[in-house]
Design a protein around this ligand. Sequence first.
Ligand code: ADP
Ligand code: MG
Length: 834
Amino acid sequence: MFADPARVRVAVRLRPRNAEELVADADFPDGVELQPELKRLKLRKNNWDSETYQFDEVFPDTASQKRVYEVVAKPVVESVLDGYNGTVMAYGQTGTGKTYTLGKLGEEDCADRGIMVRALEDIMADTNPENDTVYVSYLQLYMESIQDLLAPERDNIPIAEDPKTGDVSVPGATLIQLKDYKSFIGLLQTGEANRVAANTKLNTESSRSHAVLLVSVLRCFHSFPFSFRFSSNENGSRNSRAPVIRRSKLLIVDLAGSERVDKSGSEGITLEEAKFINLSLTALGKCINALAENSPHVPTRDSKLTRLLRDSFGGSARTSLITTIGPSPRHRGETASTILFGQRAMKVENMLKLKEEFDYKSLCRRLEADLDKLIVENERHVKAVVDAEEELHDKLNQARSRVAEAEGKLASALGDTEELRRQALHHVNDIKSLEKKLEENAAGLNSQKEVPEQCVADQLTELKERLDKERLTQLVKKQIHMMVLKEKQNEEILNLKKKLDEESKQRKKREEEIRNLRYQLAQSNEDAEIKRIEKGGSGRSSFGSDSPLNLHRPNILRDTINGQRATIAKLFEQVGLQKILSLLESEDADVRVHAVKVVANLAAEEANQEKIVEAGGLKSLLVLLGNSEDETIRRVAAGAIANLAMNEKNQELIMGQGGITLLATTANEAEDPQTLRMVAGAIANLCGNETLQVKLRDEGGIKALLGMVRTRHPDVLAQVARGIANFAKCESRAPTNAGHRVGRSLLIEDGALPWIVANANNESSPIRRHIELALCHLAQHEVNARDLATGGALWELVRISRECSREDIRNLAQKTLNASSVFQAELRRLHVSY
Ligand code: ADP
Ligand code: MG
């Protein structure tokens, strides 16, 4: 890299011999000898004499494009990105590699990419489209006329200079904003195609024009030597500074060939034209000389090129000059003049000037916006503080009153604690005296123990002695007896064996019979329970007779049941009820199960019911229902209770003995649908008692009934529906006036209506029938009408009155609907023709 950044950097690059030179100069050494390690170049005067020149860098013909870019141009590009103007120029005889060095696109081989391409790559990589903008213009200067290489029709474009800043610009030139690096390649291609190439003898590709690539970089930084801090905004805090805009430009100038036009022998060019062609380059040389000599006057105005370069070459800009030379000794003169041009340029000092300005206007706008935001926030904040203070004040007052309350409680708790402590002391004394007594008792017990133990031991010895004597006597007797009966022995043994066989056969037969009887007994117990439950209800309100379960029972089974019942009746007579009931409390679970089955069976017969109740059977059954963990016992007990509950007197007794609570508990806990069916049956029977309605409801009977619908078992649901129908029927019979409740149905109070409505059209006919009746009964009281109408029951009633298969129910529903003014009004309101 160049050591001193404050001077124009000058490098020299030697082009490799071309095909022509390889032939023409085959016998001659190169006109120059390079010492790249010393950054020196020796220009051969003749075979024995040469002049040595020092450069900032000396590139041999083998130097890569990459290294040339990095040494010559990259520092300038970086400086441009930092906000300084910069220029990279190639100066040299036509055909020495200026365009190769600067403008090679490297499309075929990326290693060939020249300075323009690489510089733009670096610029695009370092800038970001959010804050930075990169513009490109590509100009050609020929015969003192600036032409737009991106729009060749734009010719003779004037150069503008800002009188204040001295910034030079070409406002008439196309300014293309670069979005990506690829678009730049396209621009260069367009430019190249448009470039006027003047063919000379020296190189048909050489150019008489100067090509200037102008890259303007506009960067926006949010940095400022001093900063304002803002207390809050959406990011918490932000450094609000005037954005700094840096404008800088990079000029990459591919100068026209440095050889004199007249010498090149261009045909058809007048002397005047030749002067014109050389003017800019000559002026550049003059300016460089003036700058190198630190002359107060630099004649930048003499040519378009020097005017264009005024703010970008030497002085305030960073500048690199690459001088290109050919190896041929035949062009020694041109090579020497190029080297001298470079040497002069090395003396030109730079005064770097940062091209940045502050965007105060936009800062001011932003500050104002921030201020407004702060005002709004402050206003909100003040309001929030006031609100918070008020809230705190309220809370403080509340807390104070709570503290006072707690103090009061504490004082009374302290009093209680003292009392408790006193009591505890008392208890401790009691325990101590009990312990003492216990110790005394234990001592007494130990002393008593010794006597019987001794006594037993003595007796045991005596018994042993006697046993020994007895055994001896027996043995002697047996021996005598055996001797006497020896001959008869065989015969008798045979007889005995026969008898034994006979007896064991008899025993087995009897055992078989007992097993059969037991099985039949169990069967008959369960069947009897089922039958009685389904018959259910008090005499006045039995809706259970239509249950499908007790219809079509086979005759054989019925006979068996009757047979078993006869057996049980016999048992009842022989053993006695008292004895059977006492077995309900047996320790043995099996015995309890059998006993409860027997009792249930007895309870199925109306004739036995009174006796059972009198003997305390109802109470025992209730106790079993409440205490037993055995599902069978609970099921059978509930069945027996249900049977007993068919009788009005028993219903009162069941209620009186807390039966409804026990049934409700079982209803909540049991899971077996058959148990629930029995419980629901029992409650359903109780529901049929007008005098017990309020008590039944108060003790949770209706809730228990409704709770059991969770099983969804149709048998259980049928019993629930029967219970509801019984209850509703009783309610409908109760007078609405004096002495009785006048409010709406307790069923509605306990939330039965939704289930009733939902099941009014249940596919199971027993359930449907009970509910249809229940609805008709509920609808009897006008006080229920409003709930029925809003709860959806009105529609069910209408349906029942139209569709119910049973005529009596259909008529009842019709009558009910007609009688209710609420229903009539509602139907009218809904335009239901009825
Ligand atoms: P100028 O622009 O100075 O007139 P060019 O860049 O057109 O010269 O180069 C002339 C010829 O020499 C071109 O064919 C170019 O490819 C070749 N050339 C120039 N410099 C080099 C180099 N360093 N290595 C290989 N070939 C080069
Ligand atoms: Mg060229």
